[in-house]
Structures are given as structure tokens and as C-alpha cells.
Design a protein around this ligand. Structure first.
Ligand code: MLT
Length: 267
């Protein structure tokens, strides 16, 4: 499907796709991928829901601005897109960086979130060492381009089961990383380095919340999800076997079954 492109501020164009009709479900992708990572979920959900998948600025087919992509700016881009589409309330889902953006969105517009899906993400901020690493990686992206980032990141994003047995998923992930611009990658890395922790927010989340994590996730390990599940009142935690950090792509059937049963429980 061709993306629709929207000019929001004159500074950055946001590309997105939508499929299906019904209650709106917005899915926010991981760094440094793009909306295509949600293809298995779009296919599974579009029969019953209106599924909206944006590309964050600097990723996929969205434009990039000359400023750090803070989680607040990325959340504003999502809010601007929903305003443009005249959608007030959504089920908001985010994987990894998409989850960090979901937290920023929730702080700003809690009334717009009917339910929350947090996949392979965490509530903590970066450590000092982590921040330093982000700035170094941003410099690599600017100096050597997106291919260098694809080399570095693809093996970390995927679990052992996928790396050993699903070459098509490994190739798709590399391809998506190549679609991000070096400037967009650097801006997002600096934006993630600047993010604050979200632990204070978790006990105040009042909407139904599903937390998913790949059992082989080495970037945001299951312990991070367990900590979030303890802190978010009434939340449900689902562990996805044989999946790494990109659990939705690595084990789409298991991920979709948890997501669909959560969404059905909202009816
Ligand atoms: C992501 O998958 O969005 C990133 O790995 C998140 C991060 O680096 O913290």
C-alpha cells in the first residue's frame, strides 16, 4: 500500500499507512526501523480495527528535521497525525523506542489513550555509559551511513532463534534500517539519550495495559517488562518464546494471538 504523506509543520513530513475500519489502533515502531515492521499485525488486525502505522521522523519515508528527535517531539508528531485524521482516542502500542514515545504521548494526552500495548520496551532512562554509547553511535551514523548501523544493530535486535533460522526476517530488518536516513538515526539516538525514566508514570496508568516481551530479548530483557508489569495496575504480561527484541516480527503468530485477545477484552 502506498503511504500517505502529510505536511504537518512545514519542517517534517510524516508518512503513514492505515488499513481496516473500526476502533483505531496506532502502532509505533522500533528504532531504527519503520512502519513496515508491523506488517504481520496490520494483516491480522485490519479485519476488525483501523490500524494506523506512522514512520517516525527520520525513519522510513518520513522527513527529518534539523533537531534531536526527542521522545516528546516524536509523540507530538503522532498527536499531530491523529488530529489530522480527526481521531480522538486510540489503542496505543509501541515497541521499544515506540514504547518510549507511547510514554511521552501518555504524559501529554492521557485522555486520548483508551488502552496501551508496551512491547519489548522499558521504563528506565539510559545510564551515563548508555548515553555515551548513543552519541558515539550517532557519530558513526553521520560518518559512515545507515549501512554501518544495520551491521551493528541487526544482530542485537534479533533473538538466536531468528538469527539461526529465519534469514528472511534478518534481511527485512537490515533493509528497514537502510531506509532510515543517517541524520534521522543520529537524531533519534540523541533523542533517546535525553529521555527521562517513566517509572513515576507507571502506577498512574489507568487504562488497560498489555506488556509483551520476547524471551530472548537482550536489549530490553524480560526483567524490564516484569518490573513494568508490577508497577502498572492491572496490567497483563505475556512472554513470547523464541523471540528476541523484535518479538512481533520474530514470532508474529504468538504476538498476534496475545494482542488480539487483549483487544477483544476491550469490547
Ligand atoms: C529500539 O529497538 O527501539 C531500540 O533498540 C531502543 C533502544 O535502543 O533503547
Amino acid at each position: 500500500m502506498e503511504p500517505r504523506v502529510k505536511q504537518r509543520t512545514g519542517k517534517v513530513d510524516i508518512a503513514w499507512e492505515e488499513a481496516g475500519r473500526g476502533a483505531a489502533v496506532v502502532l509505533l515502531h522500533a528504532f531504527p526501523l519503520n512502519r513496515k515492521m508491523w506488517a504481520p499485525q496490520v494483516e491480522a488486525l485490519a479485519g476488525r480495527y483501523r490500524v494506523i502505522t506512522p514512520d517516525f521522523r527520520g525513519h522510513g519515508e518520513s522527513g527529518v528535521a534539523d533537531e534531536d528527535s526527542t521522545m516528546e517531539r516524536l509523540a507530538e508528531d503522532v498527536g499531530g497525525l491523529l488530529d489530522h485524521l480527526r481521531i480522538e482516542r486510540v489503542v496505543l502500542g509501541g515497541l521499544s523506542m515506540g514504547g518510549y514515545v507511547a510514554f511521552a504521548f501518555l504524559r501529554r494526552w492521557p485522555e486520548r489513550v483508551a488502552a496501551l500495548v508496551l512491547a519489548d520496551t522499558r521504563a528506565s532512562a539510559d545510564t551515563e555509559e548508555g548515553r555515551k554509547g548513543r552519541h558515539e553511535t550517532a557519530a558513526v551514523a553521520e560518518r559512515e551511513g545507515s549501512a554501518a548501523i544495520a551491521e551493528m544493530m541487526a544482530p542485537k535486535l534479533l533473538g538466536q532463534t531468528t538469527l539461526e533460522g529465519k534469514p528472511e526476517v534478518v534481511a527485512a530488518v537490515r533493509e528497514m534500517i537502510l531506509e532510515a536516513s543517517p541524520g534521522g538515526i543520529a537524531a533519534a539516538l540523541r533523542g533517546m539519550a535525553a529521555r527521562t525514566a517513566s517509572f513515576d508514570l507507571l502506577p498512574r496508568i489507568t487504562c488497560p495495559t498489555l506488556i509483551l516481551v520476547g524471551e530472548q530479548d537482550g536489549l530490553t530483557p524480560p526483567a524490564d517488562s516484569e518490573a513494568m508489569a508490577k508497577a502498572v495496575p492491572g496490567s497483563t504480561l505475556v512472554r513470547i518464546p523464541e523471540a528476541g527484541h523484535l518479538s512481533n516480527l520474530e514470532q508474529p503468530e504468538k504476538f498476534n494471538s496475545a494482542l488480539q485477545s487483549f483487544l477483544s477484552s476491550l469490547d
